[in-house]
Design a protein around this ligand. Structure first.
Ligand code: XUL
Ligand code: CO
Length: 443
């Protein structure tokens, strides 16, 4: 049975001819060549199973508002999981995106025991494999939900109770194997409750050691089953816990370095998590690219007036273009892509609203990609950066960087040549104007 019967076919690219309010892509043209590659291969769009199909539209003040019959408490859990899967794949295929993402508990109901949960997931993963074959939709990443069940209230890997750690390990092992079975490109770990509520009862160092041990076990298991996808950590500063250990890209980078896990893990950067950490999305992407840990993106944004995770559909070309420029400059995604970890607003009740949110978000990413390409060809930003650091390619710069040079030699040379460096303009306003010109000129 079709769930989205109002959309009979795949959403098409109609360019600027698209009718006002009609369901068509204005900018996202999967086959258009951008910087030498198909637009679809740059963006590698994925839809998430959870907010779109496994969330009823509830919030902490009120019940679900959405029409999602499979979430009814009266439904048989496995029958409901199948109806949900049918609707999800119908949506992925009609939207025309290449990937989806899921948590174990989105796809199959938890059973009364770990064994029963495993067998539910196995059955649903087999069924998903058939749907993927039929629709051509692939898996960008899988993950395990180690934050919703009350057993994980004090964390999974960082829990004071080793039994909870072991329960989490059983769940992640199985979700990783399911991801491998479905040809997933990546596996994500978001430390939903890996943090603390109060230091009064917390040993921070011991919890960090536990988390590192967990990540080491996951990386070893990945190798032992021959999974060649990328392991990704998704930084977030807080929410649900008061303080989360994977605060931002720099914190994750330092953690991986400290525990000798660099190379095993990369980051999945969420736009809304970047802004919650007090950074721009551009900053987080640039940090990850510069330090060799960039992996993938969750494209959902926050609301500038709210201090929590609103998970809204991306709609700002200005916000995304500069981050897209860093991604393009660094050679683009390898196994990563843009996942829509997005939530409809609670009043968006029509089935078509789910299409409108995604179509607008995908067009915003496509337009940002065109701007990024134009910025790359324009060359102003890279030339400015190169020029600004040119001194480091000269004699003095090279001498300072030579590990055999001492502090005293640098100081003596500075005194002997009577150095009197003059400040130069950073030209920020001129650069901001150039970026705006490129944005306005790009169609
Ligand atoms: C929560 C969040 C998660 C992860 C996957 O803020 O972003 O949905 O993306 O667990
Ligand atoms: Co996310």
């Amino acid at each position: 049975m079709e769930f989205f019967a109002e959309v009979p076919d795949r959403v098409a690219y109609a360019g600027q001819e698209a009718k006002r309010d009609g369901l068509a892509y204005r900018v996202y043209d999967p086959n258009r060549t951008v910087a030498g590659k198909r637009m679809a291969d740059h963006l590698r769009i994925a839809v998430c199973y959870w907010h779109s199909f496994n969330w009823p539209g509830s919030d902490i003040f009120g019940a679900g508002t959405f029409d999602r019959p499979w979430l009814s408490p009266d439904a048989d859990p496995m029958v409901a999981a199948k109806a949900k899967q049918d609707a999800a794949f119908e949506f992925f295929a009609k939207l025309g995106v290449p990937y989806f993402c899921f948590h174990d508990v989105d796809m199959a109901p938890e059973g009364a025991t770990l064994k029963e949960s495993k067998s539910n997931l196995d059955e649903m993963v087999d069924r998903a494999a058939g749907k993927m074959e039929e629709t051509g939709v692939g898996l960008l990443w899988g993950t395990a939900n180690l934050f919703s069940h009350p057993r994980y209230a004090a964390g999974a890997a960082t829990n004071p109770d080793p039994e909870v750690f072991a329960h989490g390990a059983a769940q992640v092992r199985h979700a990783l194997e399911a991801t491998h079975r479905l040809g997933g490109q990546n596996y994500v770990l978001w430390g939903g409750r890996e943090g603390y509520e109060t230091l009064l009862n917390t040993r921070m160092k011991r919890e960090a050691d536990q988390l590192a041990r967990f990540l080491e076990l996951v990386a070893n298991h990945k190798r032992s089953i021959g999974f060649t996808g990328t392991l990704l950590i998704e930084p977030k500063p807080q929410e649900p816990t008061k303080h989360q250990y994977d605060y931002d890209c720099a914190t994750v980078h330092g953690f991986l370095d400290r525990y000798d896990l660099l190379g095993d893990y990369f980051v999945n950067i969420e736009v809304n998590h970047a802004t919650l950490a007090g950074h721009s999305f551009h900053h987080e992407v640039a940090y990850a690219v510069d330090h060799g840990i960039f992996g993938s993106v969750d494209a959902n944004r926050g609301d500038p007036q709210n201090g929590w995770d609103t998970d809204q559909f991306p709609n700002s070309v200005d916000e995304l273009s500069l981050a897209m420029f860093e991604i393009l400059r660094s050679g683009g995604f390898t196994t990563g892509g843009f996942n829509f970890d997005t939530k409809l607003r609670r009043q968006s009740l029509d089935r078509l609203d789910l299409f409108h949110g995604h179509v607008g978000g995908i067009d915003t990413l496509a337009q940002s990609l065109l701007v990024a390409e134009a910025l790359l060809y324009d060359g102003t930003l890279e030339a400015t950066r190169d020029g600004r650091y040119a001194g480091w390619r000269g004699d003095l710069g090279r001498k300072i960087l030579n590990p055999n040079t001492t502090m005293a030699e640098i100081a003596d040379a500075a005194v002997a040549s009577n150095l009197d460096p003059k400040p130069v303009s950073g030209r920020q306003e001129a650069l901001e104007n150039r970026v705006n010109e490129v944005i306005w000129e790009t169609t």
